[in-house]
Design a protein around this ligand. Structure first.
Ligand code: GRF
Length: 200
């Protein structure tokens, strides 16, 4: 049971549309949470820009800034500890999160994947690779999955899924757009579910 607002860090690498949908949901719904930190491997991207514009602290951190992977992972953990982060949400973060960081947030780190896991997940399954594979497999539906993060790509326990149809004539791009829209509804719902689970 948390007695304070749940403190969230969001990890991003790109446009940050999921980050924005979570931010808006927190502003609009009675979610007892706040986003305190945006962490990215890219100093400039839509997500980092949005964070700065909305008074959210940003951290640009990459392995290259450190002499070893262990130091990089330890620094990441330290940033999260310093900001007293309770929950980490991966939203288009295009790097594998170091195991030490995952271990520091057991059952408190979520990721969103643009397909119905366990299908179409794993290393190399990201972005258009996913949607192309779904179309090539002749699937009748796709969707998005929010899952807990563990040490293996896309293998953590599933928290919530949402389905969309695959339509005749779909291209990877048209399917990606439909799935992304579904992600924007799903991630806030998954966050709400996690917050409820934590407080029960
Ligand atoms: C989303 O499709 C998400 O599923 C995947 O990366 C994309 C991020 O998009 N992990 P955005 O940066 O949230 O717009």
């Amino acid at each position: 049971m948390t007695t304070h607002k749940t403190r969230i860090a969001v990890f991003c690498s790109g446009g940050g549309s999921n980050f924005k949908s979570i931010y808006r949901a927190i502003a609009e719904k009675p979610l007892d949470a706040e986003i305190l930190l945006c962490l990215s491997n890219r100093s400039q991207c839509g997500a980092m820009e949005f964070a700065s514009q909305n008074g959210i602290a940003t951290v640009h951190i990459t392995e290259k800034q450190f002499s070893s992977f262990e130091e990089f992972a330890a620094a990441m953990v330290q940033y999260l500890k310093d900001a007293q982060i309770d929950i980490v949400l991966l939203a288009g973060y295009m790097r594998k999160v170091p195991d030490a960081v995952v271990a520091a947030f057991p059952d408190k780190m979520l990721n969103i994947h643009p397909a119905l896991l366990p299908k179409f997940g794993g290393e190399g399954m990201y972005g258009m690779f996913v949607h192309r594979a779904v179309l090539e497999a002749g699937e009748k539906e796709s969707g998005a999955t929010v899952h807990f993060v563990n040490e293996e790509y896309d293998k953590g326990k599933i928290l919530l899924q949402k389905r969309v149809p695959v339509l005749p004539g779909d291209t990877p791009e048209s399917l990606a757009a439909r799935v992304l829209e579904c992600e924007h509804a799903l991630y806030p719902d998954a966050l709400e579910k996690l917050l409820t689970m934590q407080n029960s």
